[in-house]
Ligand binder design. Structure first.
Ligand code: NAG
Ligand code: NAG
Ligand code: NAG
Ligand code: NAG
Length: 369
């Protein structure tokens, strides 16, 4: 009885006394899983995503054992922390948080897995509490209950991190800062996927991860940028020393309506999906003799390219990720997060060594000046 009363107090003292340090967490998507392409010394944390989820009855689904075994081997190559991202249909998370018993079981099962495997913690990727089909209003507070229960089970021996939505509208609906501050080791803002093409509602080109608003953006559009997301979370009360700023290495391609009308927000006839840096870096395009015009947008701190073939691409380059990492550093956040390893030029095809974007982010974040 006595110990169960003092536990929370002791526990919060321990958490508050923890020094944050500089974080560079890097996601690794499970598709075409091959750990030998990962350079574990690039990142402080590597997060495996796509192999674990919450099932339809709210239970923890662990990765296949051969995946876990390979993933854990990264620890032999560098002193990196390894995290397992838990994803899943939002309605399944709602099921999970609807019952105290289910949350307890989830905490037990995930902890057993972490202990058994040697993985350092979990990263909760619920997209998004309250916001999605099948969601409930109570998700917002019950998410806090889930984090509290996980923390009570894990103590300080395993990490708990949370991925939160970029768009400020979702942020205010989905989360409360108090439980994020209290129970999460850090909180990663997914500051990307701001522009969603829709043939009827939004048939235009746009930036995947604009740093600041463009001068002519109004209303909700003026908030669809990384700077606006961060200030929303800070105004909600999220501590800067818990906040990790998301930077993508991928971008998106679109088909313009007219090749000569190619500014951001120009009419598009379709979306061509995600692109990696090595698909669009200048060196590779030159090698393939593809003639694109390279542009830079100052407020967005983002490049884009367009061509006679009506292709329009928003992506990241060393300059854009430098601006974004500098911003995170100036804001005195806990660090940066990258999505993901494989969409950087991991093979060094862009003629500047392997992982040029992540290496750049790392040098900006950890540069002592
Ligand atoms: C983090 O920031 C909060 C709010 O500014 C502060 O109360 C807390 O002590 C800080 N924690 C650490 C470890 O610096
Ligand atoms: C994994 O990546 C390494 C390094 O690029 C490569 O040599 C190897 O063939 C890959 N393995 C598989 C199964 O693709
Ligand atoms: C793990 O095992 C499954 C089933 O045997 C196999 O299909 C899969 O390719 C394996 N994955 C890895 C990363 O070895
Ligand atoms: C290659 O890297 C250097 C150093 O980070 C940078 O200054 C240069 O702009 C990069 N070149 C290309 C083509 O990305």
């Amino acid at each position: 009885m006595f110990s169960s009363l003092v536990f929370p107090v002791l526990f919060f003292l321990t958490m508050a006394g923890r020094t944050t340090g500089q974080i560079l967490s890097c996601f690794y998507e499970i598709e075409n899983f091959n750990v030998s392409i990962i350079e574990p010394s690039l990142c402080t944390h590597i997060i495996l995503i796509g192999s674990s989820n919450v099932d339809n009855i709210g239970h923890f689904q662990e990765p296949p054992s051969n995946v876990t075994e390979e993933f854990v081997k990264l620890k032999n190559r560098a002193p990196v922390k390894l995290l397992l991202a838990v994803t899943g249909n939002s309605a399944h998370f709602t099921t999970l948080v609807s019952s105290e018993a289910t949350m307890q079981q989830f905490a037990d099962e995930s902890l057993a897995y972490l202990d058994r495997s040697g993985i350092d913690g979990i990263d909760i990727d619920w997209e998004f509490p309250v916001w999605s089909w099948g969601a409930k209003k109570s998700d917002r507070t019950r998410f806090g209950d889930l984090l509290r229960i996980l923390r009570q089970k894990y103590g300080t021996k395993k990490l708990i991190t949370v991925d939160v939505a970029g768009p400020p509208t979702i942020a205010k609906y989905s989360y409360q800062a108090d439980y994020l501050n209290k129970y999460a080791d850090f909180v990663q803002i997914m500051s990307y996927d701001y522009h969603v093409y829709d043939p009827i509602l939004n048939p235009v080109v746009g930036f995947n991860s604009p740093l600041r608003r463009l001068p002519y953006e109004r209303g909700i559009l003026a908030k669809m940028n990384s700077d606006s997301s961060l200030s929303t979370y800070i105004s909600m009360g999220l501590w800067k020393n818990k906040t990790v700023f998301g930077i993508p290495t991928y971008g998106y391609a679109y088909t313009l309506f007219n090749a000569f009308i190619n500014e951001p927000y120009s009419l598009a006839t379709g979306s061509k999906g995600a692109v990696t840096y090595s698909m669009v870096c200048p060196a590779m395009l030159k090698k393939k003799n593809i003639d694109y015009k390279f542009e830079w947008d100052y407020p967005a701190s983002s490049p884009y390219i367009h061509g006679r073939d009506r292709t329009w691409i928003s992506y990241e380059d060393p300059r854009s990720v430098t601006e974004k990492a500098k911003y995170a550093k100036e804001q005195q956040l806990a660090g940066g997060m990258v999505f993901d390893l494989k969409s950087d030029d991991y093979l060094g095809l862009c003629a500047n060594g392997s992982y040029p974007l992540i290496r750049t982010i790392k040098s900006v974040l950890f540069d002592k000046n």
